[in-house]
Design a protein around this ligand. Structure first.
Ligand SMILES: [Zn+2]
Length: 109
């Protein structure tokens, strides 16, 4: 029942963390992965997609090493953000009405 707190946090595999020389970066990447481990899957995608847009340029490949997500996944997150998450309904925007999908129209005689 304590499984919530035992989620596996991805270990960064970037060169800096492997060498372990830049402790600030190591800590930053560890926190990123900790944060990611608490998000649900779409949120993870979008966060990484957002990071990949930064001008100071972490490449998709680098992000993939840091987060353990593959580059396709990162690109997908970025695309969804660029599309303003149009295809992704937010929780707050519940559909008006009963919430049941409209029943099939029976127009046949
Ligand atoms: Zn790292």
């Amino acid at each position: 029942m304590s499984s919530e707190s035992e989620k596996i946090v991805h270990q960064c595999e970037c060169d800096v963390c492997r060498a372990g020389t830049d402790t600030a970066t190591v800590r930053h990447h560890r926190q990123m992965n900790l944060f990611l481990s608490r998000l649900n899957e779409p949120q993870r995608l979008w966060y990484v997609g957002l990071l990949s847009q930064k001008a100071d340029g972490v490449s998709d490949r680098q992000l993939s090493l840091i987060t353990g997500l593959d580059e396709d996944t990162i690109r997908r997150g970025r695309r969804e953000l660029e599309a303003e998450l149009a295809d992704v309904p937010s929780d707050r925007q519940r559909r008006e009405g009963g919430g049941r999908p409209p029943a099939e129209k029976k127009t046949r005689r």
